[in-house]
Ligand binder design. Sequence first.
Ligand SMILES: Nc1ncnc2c1ncn2[C@@H]1O[C@H](COP(=O)(O)OP(=O)(O)OP(=O)(O)O)[C@@H](O)[C@H]1O
Length: 296
Amino acid sequence: MQELLELNGVHKRFGKSAVLQNISWSLSRGECVAIIGGNGAGKSTLLHIIAGLAIPSEGSRVELEASLRFGYVPERFPALRFRPSEYLHHMASIQGLDTQEATKRIDAMLNVFQLQDIKMTLCSKGMLQKVNLMQALLRQPDVLVLDEPLSGLDESSQMEMIGILGEMKRQGTAIAMSVHEPLLIASLADRVTQLKRGRMERDGVLAIHNVDARTKLEFADVQPDRLRELEGEPGFLYWISRGNPASMVVRKHSADDILLRILQSGGSIIRLEPWSGETMEQVESPISQQVEGMRA
Ligand SMILES: Nc1ncnc2c1ncn2[C@@H]1O[C@H](COP(=O)(O)OP(=O)(O)OP(=O)(O)O)[C@@H](O)[C@H]1O
């Protein structure tokens, strides 16, 4: 993977307080890194440095490609008295985007994000978080930096956000995000960086991230004909249950795509977890095989 950004021996101090100590870290195109750690561990400070919004007190931040574009999604986003489209046009103009280009992009994003263009004071937290993400995507960033993107969202908004971020990642956007939710880490992260009191305790590939890793998806409200379509998805392995709720085991690297399909089929996700579960004998056979069996 092509490296985009490098931090070398970064320290950050506020007065006498050392908030980050000796952080060496990198981020590559299309990679998603989850930054975890307790309250006050230094996650937001590290994200500010990654995004270029704060300068290290010591050490260096090196962009390894010319003209890299960064998008930053802060944790808190205020409900302003604008409609999303108005707000985004203001932001586009501040960022120096051509008006025609901005209109095209904002219309496309409102459509993709399925966001009603109502006053932001009337928007739910999930809707506001979409606007927050959209302002960061205006200039089609190479690197997207997110501070707790799922914080305070309900389950369906969380899944929607995971689907959107998964799509960004597939398109090659590098993502660095501070995160508490195991669901988000399991669905998107390639690597986890763990901070403890400003020091990097761990920085590595997820243990479950290998080609054989499997994920169990439990979901509800998908019509039987759609269940059969889900079987055709690359990465589908087997059913544990095809009732309502249904649960299936899929290859971990395909889980994002299948989650998206489930949501597009009108389903809702109940749970997603790493799976090392039962043997094939204990599971239900694919619907397609059963239908073949009935025909025979
Ligand atoms: N501008 C600042 N001036 C002084 N201290 C700061 C500043 N920004 C952050 N800190 C301190 O740095 C430490 C790390 O803060 P930071 O927000 O990076 O942690 P965090 O891991 O994101 O925490 P949380 O999970 O609670 O949001 C905290 O003790 C905080 O008080």
